[in-house]
Design a protein around this ligand. Structure first.
Ligand code: ADP
Ligand code: ZN
Length: 737
């Protein structure tokens, strides 16, 4: 096996043999040296195949070899792939993210080389569709796995046998069996053809504010230098229209544009709108793509054939030859924080990527994160404001419904005033939305006889009843079990009772109150995939529904002209739990939900049901005083030395054996760096103290804003021996705490 070379590799001193350091997309801290065979020419960034023990793996030439391994023991590079090399900026970005998040560089590289098959020239691939009307031959047994495959093929594009097997969690032979039985239609998948957005197409006539904002962004793109700008404007003020101009400016220069969206799979409306503006859709990058789509997109990006990518956070790691602008839409959204593997915040990494590549990045939001707001206030970031809604649409009126006085009937959740508003809205022929960020029927099931609560055996979480699916589910690990008829603790029958509301229960109440109204639930588990969401969104747009009962899925960017009433069932929901960002996040979410109302000609009305009408979040929402809320929140954070005025980093110690976890956490606690300004809190139970069967303890390092926490943590971890059964994750800038 090759020996390790220094990282980053140093040029060999007077060594005649040709060697390169190759970084492999594995959890490795260093690049390995390999010999360059006779007749092969390599440059830094080249994608290569190399031997690693008995295996062959792909890697990226990271620089000249270090020369510490004897020439005779060096293994040779097997081959070079015929794709453009990873750019200098791309490699520096991998190193930067690795250093910042304290993740091995190889592990970060894995995000950049996520589709090995994309390195080969694409071949047409055999894929299958469901054969319409085909019946199974006599004696053919419909196993569960076979049924799953057929169900998968009812939806979505044709897929290769390997993709189907993976999605259905079975072997490829199951797919072959179905094909032999004549139930599938073979098709040859040609490489995906990606559209070419056309920047010559004119956009709409912009208002003077919008025009000034667009000019500013265009200038930044044209300058070809780094800057971060906050595009700050109320929902409906035309932020999207304005950043389209920045995209257009990048394309005009022959560069690429990247748009990050927090939940791209939910963004069909965004894609349609982009296609109307630019005559062709952008390339998409997210977890819902099939393997073939990933392969073709990655390869096309590397070859410079993709002008615009819209994607989730991982799109930052695609091999752009010459990126001209990055847009981070809804920059405050917590979905940008990646919590597994390499733990990073995509918004912050987008800023780093822009800095390394010398290009502008626009952070877009109606409710910026406090971090970004403070950076803009202190002029570290520029700010562009769009103060008014386009076309004079007014912001909705926000009313607080005090649940202590305006009480819903027992076992019901909608207050009399909200019921009245719903009645009026329906009578006016308009639409209403009820928002509750809780999937399922009830968040807690308990036994009325003995008080036993149904809890997930693997996680610190209650099991949530899903009445439509007739199951109890854990929303953290996905565990499902049938709803018990008898209490598992005391054995009493028929005593299990649902506590509290989820969207399914609200739907039940709506059906009881307004039996004639057309109502539907919109949640991630009732809508399967982006297509179902798009159909629902279109159906709402055509006014085929009167009342929509939705979770967070509904809060995002949709535009419904007939929607005039938004009722928030439990506005306090996000405020419980003591998380430092609870108030900020609740404010942002409710503000965004409220923004769904009155986007058309008709004015909107928002009603927030709360037990805490005096809470600053509720007061700010009711008064429409966004900046007042931010100021109060900023003062509290400043006083506590919390982000963005102080820095935090977390160590999460996890393992299956709680005693060992505790012992390691205590040892880390004793070895913790401490000074007048640096404090370590804990060990304490992590927010989910038990997750997927692993016990988790957390230590929190708190330091002044100017502190470089990475060297402190590196030194800290060096002092403690971590047994192999224990995992220590480093979370620099944890999102929730
Ligand atoms: P935001 O991104 O700030 O929420 P959008 O860009 O989505 O705002 O604009 C809100 C609505 O107003 C969209 O339907 C958009 O097409 C429309 N709109 C915004 N600016 C203009 C304009 N200058 N001309 C025509 N329509 C516009
Ligand atoms: Zn669980």
């Amino acid at each position: 096996t090759p020996e390790t070379a220094g990282f980053p590799a140093k040029p060999p001193a007077g060594q005649p043999d040709r060697r390169v350091a190759v970084l492999l997309p594995l959890p490795l801290r260093e690049a390995y040296d390999y010999r360059v065979p006779e007749g092969m020419a390599l440059v830094a960034g080249d994608f290569v195949e190399v031997p690693l023990g008995p295996r062959r793996v792909i890697g990226v030439v990271w620089g000249p070899g270090a020369g510490t391994v004897e020439p005779g023991r060096l293994k040779a590079v097997v081959r070079r792939f015929d794709v453009p090399p990873m750019t200098d900026v791309g490699r520096r970005f991998v190193e930067w993210v690795a250093a910042y998040t304290m993740t091995p560089p190889g592990f970060v590289l894995r995000m950049a080389v996520s589709v090995p098959s994309a390195l080969e020239p694409p071949k047409p691939m055999l894929a299958y569709l469901r054969k319409q009307g085909a019946e199974p031959p006599p004696g053919f047994k419909m196993t569960e796995a076979r049924k799953r495959i057929l169900a998968l093929l009812e939806e979505g594009p044709p897929r290769t046998p390997a993709e189907l097997a993976e999605e259905a969690g079975c072997g490829v032979t199951v797919v072959r069996g179905l094909a032999e039985a004549g139930l599938l239609d073979p098709v040859m998948l040609q490489p995906t053809r990606l559209g070419r957005p056309d920047w010559h197409r004119p956009g709409p006539a912009l208002s003077p504010d919008q025009q000034a904002a667009a000019d500013d962004l265009r200038e930044r793109v044209a300058s070809g230098s780094y800057s971060t700008v906050l595009l700050d404007g109320v929902t409906g003020s035309g932020k999207t229209e304005v950043y389209y101009e920045a995209i257009s400016a990048a394309l005009e220069q022959g560069k690429q544009a990247l748009v990050l969206l927090p939940e791209i799979a939910l963004s069909a409306q965004w894609l349609d709108r982009f296609a109307r503006r630019f005559g062709a859709p952008p390339a998409e990058w997210h977890s819902e793509l099939t393997g073939a789509q990933r392969r073709d997109t990655w390869r096309a990006v590397a070859k410079g054939e993709v002008p615009v990518v819209v994607g989730a956070r991982s799109a930052l790691f695609l091999p752009y030859p010459d990126l001209g602008v990055i847009i981070v839409d809804e920059e405050h959204d917590s979905a940008y924080k990646q919590e597994e593997g390499a733990i990073y915040h995509a918004r912050d990494m987008a800023v780093a990527r822009a800095h390394l590549g010398g290009l502008p990045v626009a952070l877009v939001s109606a409710t910026p994160s406090l971090e970004t707001k403070v950076n803009a206030d202190s002029h570290r970031y520029a700010r562009i404001e769009l103060p008014a809604r386009h076309g004079g649409a007014v912001l909705p009126d926000v009313e607080l419904v005090d649940l202590r006085r305006d009480r819903p009937p027992a076992r019901h959740w909608l207050a009399p005033s909200l019921r009245k508003a719903l009645t009026d809205t329906l009578a006016a022929g308009e639409q209403a939305m009820l928002f509750l960020n809780r999937r399922g029927y009830a968040p807690l099931t308990l036994c009325r006889a003995c008080g036993h609560r149904m809890q997930c055996p693997n996680c610190t979480a209650w099991l949530v009843e899903h009445r439509l699916a007739r199951k109890l589910q854990c929303h953290h690990c996905g565990l499902q079990q049938p709803l018990p008829h008898a209490c598992p603790e005391c054995g009493e029958e028929g005593t299990m009772a649902a506590c509290g509301p989820g969207v399914e229960r609200i739907a039940e109440e709506v059906a009881e109150l307004f039996p004639e109204a057309r109502a539907a639930i919109m949640a991630s588990d009732t809508l399967h995939g982006p297509r179902a969401i798009q159909e629902m969104v279109e159906s709402i747009g055509r006014h085929e529904l009167d009342i929509i009962i939705g979770t967070q899925v509904m809060a995002k960017g949709h535009h419904f002209p007939m929607l005039t009433l938004v009722g928030v069932v439990d506005a306090d929901l996000g405020l419980n739990g003591g998380d430092l960002r609870a108030a900020e996040r609740t404010y942002q979410l409710l503000h965004q939900v409220a923004g769904r109302a009155g986007r058309g000609e008709r004015p909107g009305r928002v009603m927030l049901q709360t037990f805490m009408p005096e809470h600053p979040v509720m007061q700010a929402l009711a008064a429409g005083d966004r900046d007042g809320f931010y100021q109060l929140e900023a003062e509290m954070r400043l006083e506590a030395g919390m982000p963005p005025f102080g820095r935090l980093a977390a160590l999460i110690v996890s393992g299956e054996d709680p005693t060992l976890v505790e012992r390691v956490a205590m040892a880390l606690g004793r070895a913790a760096p401490r000074s007048e300004t640096v404090h370590v809190l804990g060990p304490a139970p992590a927010p989910l103290a038990l997750l997927r069967g692993r016990h988790r303890r957390r230590l929190l390092l708190k330091a002044p804003r100017s502190t470089q926490v990475q060297p402190l943590i590196a030194e800290w971890l060096d002092k403690v021996e971590i047994p192999p059964a224990i995992r220590v994750q480093i979370d620099v800038d944890p999102y929730s705490f």
